[in-house]
Design a protein around this ligand. Structure first.
Ligand SMILES: C[S@@+](CC[C@H](N)C(=O)[O-])C[C@H]1O[C@@H](n2cnc3c(N)ncnc32)[C@H](O)[C@@H]1O
Length: 268
């Protein structure tokens, strides 16, 4: 399988799988629906498969690219260079709030490097209050996990934390052949709409994450066991939850109640 695309050798360590299917590309750009004047940022523009058609609609686009060769290519791009604010940086460490303009919230999109997608999503959630929407290409399995409901085998920490921050709308499925080189897995595009007024609130999102991590780390155990270092059986019963329940059966609201109880019991 060729790792060469447009004269660039794909780097596996940067999760490089370049989109080349015109139908898939235009479907994604339609889903993003860029409008003039919006404050848009693309993560991992690569060779510009999404960057170029998005720039047909807008005058200014921030792109965050870690690969210095690709950033250099974009700097000398014949058509769109003048529209780009090129940030050569690791998106996992980048402070997205630095791009916020008081009037216009951020719109974020990208065909994300799959090797870092989950930690990158968590990093982005920490800026959710500055973001109006996100469109990401991810492994189909990751999108299924983000959208999963309690009781589903895909339901886990990523489901609870994504759904705490955002409304999750799967947009389209994409086969491996749409990329060069083709990844080994199916892909999917998801639309994430961060809540300005969250339907389920917690005192501390970090505590919610900790409780989910601990409960799902031992997902076959009852919460009486998996959470015993945080809460007593009586505290779980007093919340109205069954201590014999397993993490995969609890709703976001249940996890929020557990997290707030831990926060109030042992504090920050
Ligand atoms: C799956 S490719 C997508 C490229 C292009 N957007 C496309 O659709 O063809 C992922 C892109 O993210 C870049 N990348 C990888 N890790 C990154 C990171 N930590 N921060 C920013 N960009 C990163 C890669 O160099 C690559 O350009």
């Amino acid at each position: 399988m060729s790792k060469q695309h447009q004269g660039h050798t794909a780097r596996k360590r940067f999760g490089q799988n370049f989109l080349h299917d015109p139908y898939v590309i235009s479907s994604i750009v339609d889903a993003i629906n860029p409008q003039p004047g919006e404050n848009m940022v693309e993560i991992g523009p690569g060779l510009g498969a999404l960057t170029e058609p998005v720039c047909d609609h807008i005058d200014k686009l921030t792109v965050v690219e870690l690969d210095r060769d690709l950033a250099a290519r974009l700097r000398s791009h014949p058509f769109i260079a003048a529209k780009l604010n090129i940030v050569e940086a690791d998106a996992m460490k980048f402070d997205f709030s630095s791009l916020v303009d008081t009037v216009k919230p951020l719109r974020v999109f990208g065909n994300l490097p799959y090797n870092i997608s989950t930690p990158l999503l968590f990093h982005l959630f920490s800026f959710a209050q500055h973001i109006s929407d996100m469109h990401f290409m991810l492994q189909k399995e990751v999108v299924k996990r983000m959208a999963a409901a309690p009781g589903n085998k895909d339901y886990g920490r990523l489901s609870v934390m994504t759904q705490y921050h955002c409304k999750v709308l799967p947009v389209l499925e994409v086969p491996p052949g749409a990329f060069k080189p083709a990844p080994k897995v199916d892909s999917a595009v998801v639309r994430l709409l961060p809540y300005s007024d969250k339907p389920v609130k917690v005192i501390s999102a970090q505590r919610l994450n900790q409780v989910c991590a601990q409960a799902f780390n031992q997902r076959r155990k009852t919460i009486r066991n998996s959470l015993k270092t945080l809460l007593s059986e009586k505290q779980i019963v007093d919340l109205g939850l069954n201590p014999d329940a397993r993490a995969e059966t609890l709703s976001l609201g249940d996890f929020a109640a557990l997290a707030d109880l831990v926060e109030n019991t042992i504090g920050g």
